[in-house]
Design a protein around this ligand. Structure first.
Ligand code: FMN
Length: 324
């Protein structure tokens, strides 16, 4: 069985997290992942606000007696009310993405709650380490959703080398046995998977979005700020959104001035696209790993199969060695 520091830190069997996908990593997904021995995460940044989050945490608790956490897009305004809910409800861990985690560490610590920081650069990883977080998620640009520009293959070991023994998880591009085995070899203590769990029975988005992810190859994503510009979403300047490529984002990607000028009309197009479930318009967050996913399955099965198969990969890797 694969066992890492992360398993001890979080009291889990398998070093796999589902990513805290805002609004779509709900109680049902988090509980399924935790019940399978992984660590379930609720995506806490959702239009539902604090009441929705509280009800999700309580629903997860009703579905599992294993530990689970909540993750936030911490660059968003009014995040403190949401964080307070996670603190009050005493979840096992809180993840902060896209912002300095320093202001959040002491209050969580005081309640025995672990703090994670998802980072996209070495400097951010070092800042998180200095802040005293319990684990760092090094997110490569392969990731679905908002992400930076450094690739997992080089970012991850560089972060591992620079944070003084704090457990580091990989995020971005891990969707099967090979990905998990590879990131463990790069020094990760575990992995946080988003796109793989989009194609799970318990994911909270639409069937049509799941089908689009299943149909996509590794060539079919684009990293764009288009949707954030239209919505005025608060992300740091070097962060953009990896989504499935479509007609709308192919036409508008990078046209910052034109987007600003025509923002009201683009907002209307986006609303109409969302109503019509039009995958040629809306943003379907997915990473390069979409090309590795063949079928939609229960989240628990995904966790258990990836860890069992990664173990075989690691065992077989010894056959690459010759003596003498
Ligand atoms: C549909 C979707 C929604 C996401 N939403 C969030 C979010 O709300 N907060 C966050 O920190 N990361 C979010 N992410 C990024 C994940 O945390 C994670 O880094 C990423 O999914 C890992 O790469 P992978 O998609 O290749 O597994 C999202 C990813 C996806 C696919």
């Amino acid at each position: 069985m694969i066992h890492t520091h992360l398993c001890d830190l979080l009291a889990i069997d398998h070093p796999i997290l589902n990513a805290p996908m805002g609004g779509t990593a709900t109680a049902t997904l988090a509980a399924a992942v935790s019940n399978a021995g992984g660590f379930g995460m609720i995506g806490g940044t959702s239009p539902g606000g604090p009441d929705w989050l509280r009800s999700q945490i309580r629903a997860a608790r009703a579905q599992t007696n294993r530990p689970f956490g909540v993750g936030f897009i911490s660059s968003f305004p009014n995040i403190d009310d949401l964080v307070q809910v996670a603190l009050d409800e005493q979840v096992a861990a809180i993840n902060h993405s896209f912002a300095d985690p320093t202001p959040y560490v002491a209050a969580a610590r005081a309640r025995g709650i672990r703090v994670f920081a998802q980072v996209q650069s070495l400097a951010q990883a070092q800042r998180a380490a200095k802040a005293g977080v319990d684990a760092i998620i090094a997110q490569g640009t392969e990731a679905g959703g908002h992400t930076g520009t450094a690739g997992t293959l080089a970012l991850l070991p560089a972060v591992v080398d620079s944070v003084g023994g704090i457990p580091v998880l990989a995020a971005g591009g891990v969707a099967d046995r090979r990905g998990l085995a590879a990131v463990l070899m790069l020094g990760a203590a575990g992995a946080s998977l988003g796109t793989r769990f989009v194609a799970s029975d318990e994911w909270g988005g639409g069937d049509w979005e799941q089908q689009a992810v299943l149909d996509a190859t590794t060539d079919d994503t684009i990293r764009t700020s288009l949707y954030d510009q239209i919505r005025g979403a608060a992300f740091p300047a070097d962060i953009a959104d990896r989504v499935l490529r479509n007609r709308f984002n192919t036409a508008w990607n990078g046209r910052t001035t034109a987007i600003t000028e025509q923002r009201a009309d683009l907002q209307r197009q986006l609303e109409a696209g969302a109503k019509a479930l039009d995958k040629e318009v809306v943003d379907i967050s997915a990473g390069l790993a979409a090309g590795l996913i063949r079928s939609q399955e229960p989240a628990g099965l995904i966790v258990q199969r990836i860890v069992a198969e990664a173990e075989q990969v690691l065992q077989r890797s010894a056959t690459l060695l010759r003596s003498g």
